[in-house]
Write a protein that binds this ligand. Structure first.
Ligand code: C8R
Length: 253
C-alpha cells in the first residue's frame, strides 16, 4: 500500500517516465541507448532535421546525409548479408548465427528505426506516426528515403564475399524498383567486393530459378571483377542449417 502511494507520488511529481517526451522520441532514444549508442540525442537531432517541418512527399534520401554521417558504419568483410523481398529468412539466419552475418538492422540506425513509421508536416515541429505517406502515395517519403540512404551506406561498407537472399516465390526475384537493385548493387565495388552469391530461397510453390532473366540483369549490372554465382536453397534447409550449432558460418549455401 505504501509502495503504491510512493509510486503515485513519484509519477505525480514527474519522477517517472517523462510524459512530455512523445512516444516516438522515447522509442528512438530507448532503442538507441539499448544498442549502446553514446550520442543518441545528437542522432535524434540529426534524424529530425531530415523531415520535420517539411512536406512528407518531398524528403529525398540526401536529407538523411547528416544522420548517416553521425553514425558511421564499420566495414565487416564477408559478414554483411543483403536481401530483397524476403526479410524473414535472412533475419532468422543472422539471429541464429549471431557471429556470422549482420543485416542493416544489426547496425545502430537500422536497429533504432526498424518497423517504425514517421513523418513531418509543413508548419509544424512535430513528428507524426499516423497519416504518413507510403510508396503508393509518393516515393520521396521520410521512411522510404531513410531506408534508401541507410542501405546506400550499408552497401558502401560491404567488402569481400557478399551473399544476398532473394525470393524464389515471386516472378522477378531481382526487381528494378527494389532498394537492393536500385541502391545497393550499384554501390558494390571491385576489388573491395570480390563475390556476390545469390541465395535464391525456394519454397513449395516456387516460381523463379537461378536461370531467371532478372538475375541475368543482376549479373550484367555488377561491377566488373565481382564474381557472380547463384544457388537455389529451400527455405527449410536454411532454417535447419541456422539452428544447427555444428554448422559454421557460410556453409548453409
Ligand atoms: N533494407 C531496405 N529496406 C528495409 C530494410 C533494409 O535493411 N529494413 C527494413 N525494415 N526495410 P523489399 P528491398 C523496409 O522490397 O527494397 C536494405 C523498407 O521500408 O523487401 O530490396 C537491406 O540491406 C523497405 O522499403 O526489399 C536489403 O539488402 C522494405 O522494408 C535491401 O535494402 C524492404 O523492401 C532490401 O530492400
Amino acid at each position: 500500500f505504501v509502495g503504491v502511494i510512493v509510486l503515485g507520488l513519484c509519477l505525480g511529481l514527474g519522477l517517472g517516465p517523462d510524459r512530455r517526451i512523445p512516444d516516438f522520441t522515447r522509442t528512438f532514444l530507448t532503442r538507441c541507448k539499448k544498442f549502446s549508442g553514446n550520442n543518441c540525442h545528437e542522432l535524434w537531432d540529426a534524424f529530425q532535421q531530415a523531415y520535420v517541418n517539411k512536406d512528407p512527399c518531398k524528403v529525398p534520401m540526401e536529407a538523411y546525409d547528416p544522420l548517416i554521417a553521425a553514425a558511421p558504419l564499420k566495414s565487416q568483410c564477408n559478414k554483411m548479408l543483403f536481401w530483397s523481398n524476403t526479410k524473414d529468412a535472412p533475419h532468422y539466419f543472422t539471429k541464429k548465427k549471431e557471429n556470422c552475418f549482420i543485416n542493416l538492422e544489426d547496425t545502430l540506425l537500422g536497429f533504432v528505426l526498424d518497423d517504425l513509421i514517421w513523418c513531418g508536416k509543413k508548419g509544424s515541429s512535430d513528428t507524426f506516426t499516423t497519416g504518413c505517406p507510403n510508396n503508393n502515395n509518393c516515393v520521396n517519403n521520410p521512411v522510404h528515403s531513410f531506408w534508401k540512404r541507410a542501405s546506400a551506406a550499408f552497401a558502401e561498407a560491404a567488402c569481400g564475399a557478399v551473399p544476398v537472399m532473394v525470393s524464389g516465390s515471386i516472378t522477378t526475384p531481382f526487381h528494378p524498383a527494389s532498394i537492393f537493385a536500385s541502391v545497393e548493387v550499384k554501390r558494390f565495388k571491385a576489388p573491395i567486393v570480390t563475390n556476390l552469391t545469390v541465395v535464391l530461397v525456394t519454397e513449395k510453390h516456387n516460381v523463379a530459378r537461378c536461370t531467371d532473366p532478372s538475375l541475368k540483369d543482376l549479373r550484367k549490372e555488377l561491377d566488373k571483377g565481382i564474381q557472380y554465382n547463384c544457388k537455389e536453397v529451400p527455405r527449410s534447409e536454411i532454417e535447419a542449417c541456422s539452428s544447427n550449432p555444428n554448422i559454421t558460418c557460410g556453409t548453409c549455401w
